[in-house]
Design a protein around this ligand. Sequence first.
Ligand code: NAD
Ligand code: TYD
Length: 369
Amino acid sequence: MANLLVTGGAGFIGVNLVRWWKERNPDDALTVLDSLTYAGNANSLDGLVGTEGFEFIHGDIRDTDMVTDIISDKGIDVLVHLAAESHVDRSIEGPDAFIDTNVVGTHSLLKAARKVWFTNDRWAPHRFHHVSTDEVYGSLAMDDPAFNEETPYAPNSPYSASKAGSDHLVRAYHHTFGMEVTTTNCSNNYGGYQFPEKLIPLVLINTLHGKPLPIYGDGMNVRDWLHVSDHCRGIELAIRKGDPGETYCIGGRNEAPNIEIVKMICRLLGERFAADPELSSRFPECPAASGRDNQELITYVKDRPGHDRRYAIDPTKASSELGYEPEMTFESGIANTIDWYLANEPWWKAVTDGSYRDWIDTNYGARQS
Ligand code: NAD
Ligand code: TYD
């Protein structure tokens, strides 16, 4: 039995990971630490809070003393670190929070973990798993080979630079102090519980409401899309089988230009409306509700400054050393995601109309923006 501390466990991947872990490892104890920024949603933990072996703590990873107490009091032996500022566009508007949380916050966790796990010149059994991104490797030309663990770091946005900084700190705590760390660098995730500022949920929800679908630049930027369940699979494998000090690239072998992804969602939603007349009464503003093509909503807008052209992951090392293989194709993953958003309208409605914040303020007190 393990005692896990999951930071950022009220965010998109964190929520999916704690659900994934609890289902497969019901005897493990899970503590979630999350400061509930705009991206953290305690509603996403419904059904877990209050159950045995699960605890939610509202707190900030930068509070080193508090983190030290949690690791010590709860006997945490596995720390899975996902807490972060995660949206590139926000990092362009205001980089400071990214440095504070992603760099300083990661160092705060490393300090706290070392303080508890390393006593009398000995390490207690432990694992520090750091969840990072492929964006630390920079941008690929169309004919470049995909990123792998040997690709030199070349982050381009304040977000990716702050994640690169956190990766280096994690590496240094292994190299210098002997902490048992693993890092996964993953490609773009999609799936249920994703905050609708990211491309796929934004396009889904805007289409349902007949709102414009903003395509940055020429829409030909390429991402390597991975369903979040396959990311969770990769994280669990890295924790269980990964060698301390190693990094693993996790991806879906599913590269596609943004415009193709958006057109596919438009088409699939159109097919859903054609097959289920109830959707037209639920979402009358969706073009498909009046027999029109959802693609009429596509709107090309000014490009993101410094927009990375292409990301792609070569997961050979994770595959050969961890036995990692993605199980979702993009077709099955996107169908599953559309089903999730159609079935969980109250979740995303509360996010888009802001009422999730009122609920959280009432239950957890004032929070940072
Ligand atoms: P998210 O923005 O949905 O969630 C981040 C969570 O961290 C939120 O719940 C937020 O409240 C919490 N948080 C932020 N600052 C905090 C602080 N100071 N103290 C405690 N909690 C804090 O992000 P996500 O998409 O779930 O990403 C999780 C991790 O995975 C991040 O580290 C991100 O860099 C990495 N990642 C994401 C993707 C992706 O496609 N989403 C891909 C690869 C890697
Ligand atoms: P995003 O989901 O923000 O992830 P990241 O920037 O970390 O890759 O964006 C995915 C791609 O979609 C990226 O190339 C930017 C583009 N994009 C748009 O074209 N329009 C949008 O409204 C958003 C949010 C993203």
